[in-house]
Design a protein around this ligand. Structure first.
Ligand code: NDP
Ligand code: MG
Length: 390
């Protein structure tokens, strides 16, 4: 039986992972499940999957979790330390699906103990690409991408030589506002940005899809995971979300990964890798679909894409600044304190203000330097937002 843990089990990726696991329960021995505020779901899944331990990120909710687990053998725990302790428990395969920068530490701990890390938490590679890839190289653990575009590129590279790769193209649906005017985008509300035309995902990533901050994070993620020059990475708007990525080779061939917009494909690929197993996803009928569309993204509508390349050019801790500023700007948008298009202005201003800072010049990346940069960028972003609202 494979020992597995799921970090962020109560979220969209976590629930899709549990959907696959419960179809084949006898193959898995579940070590840890973690969640945040959704205690009822966490307790229900921990009971059903007979996890050793269930952890909520929120220490105030520990008693509630204990009560919900009464009569079961599942241990209850709470807080960031407890999540890190759960990640240190030996497991063969660990799903990293906590949202935001909080996902970095458990992923690092899981890699250190030699697990295969199925990485959905894109913030890990964005904030600390060198650290997480370095940890994977040093430890017995290794990383498999779960973000659909990166899983698609990974699959396109099987058996290929990276030296023969000329281009990596990731696609973007264009999100909720792909056909809106710039004036309408400026007035967009969180409610409008929270519904995605193709994918069913958590609220934050759905809003990030509408602003293409999600794609910007993915451009950085691509560079860090595949260790390619950032000039090689392109983004194409593809409204149907069927082609997830394309790899362009030096002989002119483009290998496209085509599939339904269902995260259970990428999760299942990482779960069964290096095998391919039957997955419960729709089989596409291309004749019925008929047409697939592609267009170049308009950088005026999606300034986040331009910022991603600035971040990659700057290197070092710029990714941590970008991600932290984006998270605070997104909080501001959700709370109606920051306009939809202002999110990119806030992030750009924070990158500018911190470009000369000592904190960004640290050569060696550690969890402490990343955390310190993250805090500084959040503080700066709050200042920038306060100035906007003055
Ligand atoms: P959700 O918001 O649906 O779920 C997030 C999970 O993290 C939940 O289990 C949540 O708990 C938990 N959580 C929230 N805050 C904290 C915290 N501070 N500490 C520990 N746990 C916390 O997100 P998604 O599943 O959509 O996304 C998860 C990650 O995967 C993100 O990094 C996202 O960018 C990435 N991703 C997601 C895709 C998707 O299709 N959804 C596609 C590709 C990548 P609770 O809900 O109980 O509060
Ligand atoms: Mg993606």
């Amino acid at each position: 039986m494979r020992k597995i843990s799921i970090f962020g089990a109560t979220g969209s990726i976590g629930q899709n992972t549990i959907d696959l696991i419960t179809r084949d329960m006898d193959s898995y021995d579940v070590v840890a499940l973690t969640g945040g505020q959704n205690i009822a779901q966490l307790a229900k899944d921990a009971r059903q999957l007979r996890a050793d331990v269930a952890v909520t990120a929120d220490p105030i909710r520990l008693q509630e979790l204990r009560d919900a687990l009464t009569g079961s053998d599942v241990e209850a725990a709470a807080g960031a330390e407890a999540i890190a302790e759960a990640a240190a428990r030996p497991a063969d395969w660990v799903m990293s699906a906590i949202v935001g920068a909080a996902g970095l530490r458990p992923g690092l701990v899981a890699l250190e103990q030699g697990a295969t890390l199925a990485l959905a938490n894109k913030e890990s590679l964005v904030t600390a690409g060198a650290l997480i890839m370095g940890t994977a190289a040093r430890s017995k653990g290794h990383i498999l991408p779960v973000d659909s575009e990166h899983s698609a590129v990974f699959q396109g590279l099987v058996g290929e030589d990276m030296d023969a790769v000329e281009r990596i193209i990731i696609t973007a649906s264009g999100g909720a506002f792909r056909d809106w005017s710039l004036e309408d985008m400026a007035k967009a509300t969180p409610e409008q940005a929270s519904s995605h035309p193709n994918w069913n995902m958590g609220q934050r990533i759905t809003i990030d899809s509408a602003s293409m901050f999600n794609k910007a994070l993915e451009v950085i993620e691509t560079k860090e995971f595949f260790q390619c020059p950032h000039e090689m990475i392109e983004v194409l708007v593809h409204p149907e979300s069927m082609v997830h990525a394309l790899v362009g080779f030096s002989d002119g061939a483009l290998m496209a990964h085509v599939g339904p917009p269902d995260m259970r494909h990428a999760i299942g690929y990482a779960l069964h890798h290096p095998e391919r197993r039957k997955l419960p996803v729709e089989r596409l009928d291309l004749a019925k679909i008929g047409t697939l569309n592609f267009r170049t993204p308009d950088l005026k509508r999606y300034p986040a894409l331009r910022l991603a390349h600035d971040v990659l050019q700057a290197g070092g801790h710029a990714g941590a600044v970008f991600n932290a500023a984006k998270e605070i700007a997104l909080d501001g948008f959700i709370d109606h304190r920051v306009g939809f298009l202002q999110m990119a202005e806030v992030v750009e201003e924070v990158l500018d203000r911190l470009s000369g800072s000592q904190c960004l010049k640290i050569d060696e990346m550690t969890l402490d330097t990343v955390t310190e940069t993250d805090h500084l960028a959040r503080k700066t972003a709050r200042e920038v937002i306060a100035e906007l609202n003055r």
